[in-house]
Design a protein. Sequence first.
Length: 446
Amino acid sequence: MLTDVAGNWLGTITFGSVKLRIGFEISQAETAGYTGFMRSIDQSAIHIPISEVILGRNSVRVEIDAIRSAYEGTPTADGRAIVGNWLQHGTATPLVMERVDRLPEIIRPQTPKRPFPYGEEDVVYENASASVRIAGTLTLPEGNGPFPAVLLIVGSGPLDRDETVFFHKPFLVLADHLTRRGIAVLRVDKRGVGQTTGDFAEATIHDLADDVLAGVGYLKSRREIDPNHIGLLGHSEGGVVGPIAASRSADVAFLVMLAGLGQNNGDIIIFQKLLEARSHGAGDERLALMRAWYEGLYPLVREDTDSATAEKKIRALHATLTDEEKEAVGWPDSHLDDAIADQLRRHWRCDVRHDPRATLMKVRCPVLTLNGEKDMQVPAKENLAIIADALKAGGNPDFAVHEFPGLNHGFQTAHTQTASDEETISPVVLQTISDWLIARTSVPRP
């Protein structure tokens, strides 16, 4: 029986051909029980809070509510390992956790190193309407200002202010580049992540847009910032949130979308699921079945009905599949309850209902949209075309779209579908962004 689970634990989980290291940092709570954090070592340095650690007579369960996941296993006799399963979305994946002295850290070459030739300040402000306390970092160029400013909006998932993924810190790299060129940058922890309060799991894209506009208001209150040149830069989901905020406020002077969406999120997920299935050898028949299933499912999720009615319709659609077809589309009977619950989450239904094109037609400020040709999450050509068409149809007089050959979703060079660990953001993309911003703000050209 394991009597003390405090310490650092490390294991490797396998999803198809992908291997990811999972780490737990667990300590004794001040009163009773345990507290701690979970980290996906190869995806992010973010510390995701552990909700509860439950020790049984011969079992350990670690619950991580923020990502709707848990780990459950049996300790070895010496207490140095736990043999169990990672539990997520109704699926149990084998995972052995072992005690280690410390969890690994990875340093990427492009990550800026202090001291910086500009000011750096930790800031806190409120989204009063949602009682959310937003924490971030403001970097200010040398000089007295006032400076143009850009607020960075992270992508999907529980991301910190640096948008840390696989130990790359793209927003830190971007903030460093822009600040050195005379543009102030505010980057913040997402709602419910890091030092920002709120509920990450329940936040919709509209809630996140409220947080963004609170950030714009904060920047306007700073004497170092030019209130007429405050803009937004969003990546991936941030490229959906940014246009929502820009369409709602004349205070947004410009907008940059990195791998932003023109398509509805349901269409994006279908693209991703089919791409993943094809990479694992799925044939045309299975791909066609999967497409038909999701094209039938998402309208039911999208319909403006109560959850109970939507659930009945989804169950009825599911009942039209044979057992073999249910397995083929990834919706076996054993996972049905969890799968339906995932589809009916408030923020997901909001995503599926949202029409990025209609929102973009309302954006009047200058817009720069960039995508990578090898983006395997947001198809570049399709989305760039829709975005350009929407901005043109809405009468926006100043917009530009660029597709970068050989770059992936993170704007890293990817000669295949994977990127080099050495590059966080392509220097060409950094230069394109800063040149465009300088041309539309009061920053003198170097």
